[in-house]
Design a protein around this ligand. Structure first.
Ligand code: SAM
Length: 263
């Protein structure tokens, strides 16, 4: 083989190798995405079966409400509704929506010892499935705060249609960074995509709550943000962790922190 031919073959080989490198990365990314999608769909389906078997037979009113929520968002999913809302708000990250599996909210309620004497504020309640579960299965009062009007309107329609616990649940369209939280005995905030600055704003708003209020967060504890904060008002706040455990979510197993406000 002549030198020119060898060079020609080598340059072709190198070009093909470069192409393969680029495409194999894209293929790996696609397979990763596909795997996560499949895993989350599968997990969602398994969770739904668990919910049907475990909760529906125990509470007819809950089953009716839950099925109404699932069918409402069957075609236009809450993920898509949230994405459109955030796009209109020109948010840089429009993929912020996520849901707590009901089997996980049951575990959270058990660890936080939520009873019918509690008033639970759910900050960012999404479609309201967890709020309805909490009211039906623990008997607590629930104030569910959400920014997306479609979610709040539909959840309120469900209460209007003769929900057995109508007087125990309210869905309010508000911003949880500024809303009045003073009536809460427990607060649940699944905002695992919030950045440190947003968590600091949340901590400042938690000053409106009474000492002893339970605050439940996913993926981060309030103290780790407080200790790292340069904001003096934030660094004065104190919480003690009373329980923590790995919660099953559709995307993984983050730590759920159950904290008590100290002062
Ligand atoms: C991750 S989803 C959690 C949904 C539900 N709590 C659950 O666990 O299944 C967070 C929700 O909080 C809402 N949200 C985010 N920031 C908010 C704010 N400042 N005020 C009210 N709602 C907010 C979003 O619209 C979204 O529906």
């Amino acid at each position: 083989m002549g030198v020119l031919r060898k060079r020609y073959v080598l340059s072709h080989y190198l070009r093909l190798r470069k192409l393969w490198k680029r495409w194999s990365l894209k293929l790996a990314e696609f397979l990763d995405f596909f795997y996560i999608l499949l895993r989350s769909r599968l997990f969602r389906f398994i969770d739904f079966c668990g919910v049907v078997v475990k909760f529906y037979p125990k509470n007819y009113h809950f089953a009716k409400t839950d099925l109404a929520i699932i069918s409402e968002y069957w075609l236009d999913s809450p993920f898509a509704i949230s994405r459109r809302y955030l796009q209109l708000k020109l948010e840089p990250d429009v993929y912020q929506y996520g849901e707590t599996p009901l089997l996980t909210i049951e575990k959270i309620a058990r660890h936080a010892n939520i009873t019918d004497r509690d008033c639970v504020f759910e900050l960012g309640c999404g479609t309201g499935r967890c709020a309805f579960w909490l009211a039906h299965f623990t008997g607590c009062r629930v104030v569910a705060i959400e920014q997306i009007p479609d979610f709040v309107n539909f959840a309120n329609q469900l209460i209007g249609k003769g929900d057995a616990l109508a007087e125990k649940i309210s869905f309010i369209r508000d911003d949880f960074f500024t809303a009045d939280l003073s009536q809460a005995t427990a607060i649940y905030c699944y905002g695992s995509k919030m950045d440190d600055h947003q968590i600091e704003s949340l901590i400042l708003n938690l000053r409106k709550t009474r000492p002893g209020t339970i605050v439940i967060t996913v993926s981060y504890s309030l103290n780790e943000i407080i200790f790292a904060s340069k904001n003096r008002a934030v660094s004065r706040e104190r919480f003690s962790i009373i329980a923590q455990f790995g919660g099953e979510f559709f995307w993984g197993k983050p730590t759920v922190f159950i904290q008590k406000k100290l002062s």
